[in-house]
Design a protein around this ligand. Structure first.
Ligand code: UT7
Length: 395
């Protein structure tokens, strides 16, 4: 369908939808129809029916047109975590901490670490891309676009997406990295979905990946206990049956950058001997301040998304939350009126993999997902950035 035709359909659908709540037209107000005999006859016929019949008629047309809207369905999921585990017991030997504190304050038991000379975030993404292509039965050459959400790119440029496409042979794809910290996957998913909805692209891969061990100071007990390495990704494809990414609320507030950032290595403070000596290439986080914003931000936006889509806790099959802290996840689920059985939690196994957490949850839970399930994906992260996305599972 051409872009113009699709736009015309959307416009008509919008008009028809709005008419349902508007006053019904008496015949003398059907001005757009006065220009042609067909309009006169149609208007007369329409005005002849009683308002309930008019409403039913408009509903039918509206639903028909809206049902043909192209959405971006998640058709395949891939994931990857490195073999090496860093347990709470290991951390007890490295910093002044203990297993009990970490479990009760965060819910984390172990994380995965990508070790080895020359290993980078793209090496987390490659197995994800390969799994997606294998499971979907497609060649990497069929992929149109790759978006990698990450704050630990292989290098500042070229983009990690660029490197991944080269490594897997996705020679027909274009792509880019997206930097939105822990909300990166939701930002990238929403963007990728728009490319599909536009009709320009048929196969968009969205990956959330971070090698957090490359920016964690393993002498700082307030951050090193939290983060781990991992990646997950999805393939987005067009769908006209109403499945896929249905709605997103994304937010950002740059004034929150003071609480969570990396001080050096950017254009503000390029790397020098001094910045390295001052450990300014590691994560800086004011945990408590971030915690307070995260609890409110994630819960608020999830509740708003539910309200906007007229959903209650009963309508939601799964909450797929960013895995930063079990206590933040619990608060969000409580606010949404969801019991723990409906919440995906794997923080105990992987820790906080930043952009990787949400797709890794989807990857872990893939077997349990059923067609028609409503999923709310919710995240909060550095920036500050936060958001929630509604997905209707389609396969
Ligand atoms: O994903 C990106 C967004 N990030 C987040 O959402 C992270 C949000 N923040 C958090 O998850 C939590 O704030 C942390 C897990 C980082 C910290 O937990 P907390 O309950 O906020 O601890 P706290 O910073 O209030 O510290 C409480 C105490 C302090 O000791 P005193 O001053 O009470 O004696 C800390 O020094 O715990 C101490 N502490 C530790 N003790 C043992 C801090 N880290 C540790 C540790 N082991 N690793």
């Amino acid at each position: 369908m051409s872009g113009e035709l699709r736009q015309a359909c959307f416009d008509t659908a919008w008009l028809v939808r709005n008419l349902r709540s508007a006053r019904f037209w008496p015949l003398n107000r059907v001005r757009p129809c006065r220009h042609s005999p067909v309009g006169w006859i149609g208007g007369a016929a329409f005005g002849y029916f009683s308002p309930p019949l008019q409403k039913t008629f408009l509903n039918l047309i509206g639903n028909f047109i809206m049902s043909k809207k192209t959405t971006a369905a998640i058709t395949t999921i891939g994931g990857y975590v490195p073999e090496d585990r860093l347990t709470n017991a290991d951390l007890e030997k490295m910093v002044d901490t203990n297993d009990e504190w970490i479990r009760t304050r965060t819910g984390i038991e172990e994380r995965r670490i990508l070790r080895g000379e020359g290993k980078a975030t793209s090496d987390l993404c490659v197995p994800v891309m390969e799994e997606i292509c294998r499971k979907r039965g497609i060649s990497p050459l069929e992929i149109d676009c790759v978006i990698v959400a990450t704050v630990t790119p292989d290098m500042l440029f070229p983009s990690t997406a660029n490197i991944v496409c080269d490594k897997v042979g996705a020679k027909n794809a274009w792509g880019f990295d997206m930097s939105a910290a822990c909300s990166g996957f939701l930002y990238a998913l929403t963007s990728g979905a728009m490319y599909i909805e536009s009709g320009r692209f048929k196969k968009v891969v969205v990956i959330g990946a971070d090698k957090m061990s490359s920016i964690v100071d393993y002498t700082d007990r307030t951050t090193c206990i939290i983060f781990g390495d991992g990646a997950g990704g999805v393939l987005l494809e067009p769908n006209t049956d109403g499945y896929g990414v249905l709605d997103s609320i994304l937010r950002s507030d740059g004034s929150g950058r003071t609480h969570l950032h990396m001080k050096a290595g950017g254009s503000l403070r390029p790397s020098t001997m001094e910045t390295v000596a001052a450990k300014e290439h590691y994560i800086y986080q004011e945990g408590q301040a971030v915690f307070k914003f995260a609890v409110k931000g994630m819960a608020d936006v999830s509740a708003e998304l539910m309200e906007r889509n007229k959903l209650t806790g009963d309508d939601i099959s799964w909450l797929v939350p960013h895995q930063a802290n079990k206590r933040i996840i619990d608060a969000t689920a409580h606010r949404m009126g969801l019991s723990e059985e409906k919440v995906m939690i794997n923080i105990q196994r992987y820790g906080n993999t930043t952009a990787g957490t949400i797709p890794l949850c989807l990857w872990d839970w893939e077997d349990k997902l059923k067609k028609g399930d409503n999923l709310v994906l919710a995240a909060f992260g550095g920036g500050f950035t936060w958001g929630a996305t509604l997905v209707k599972w389609g396969h």
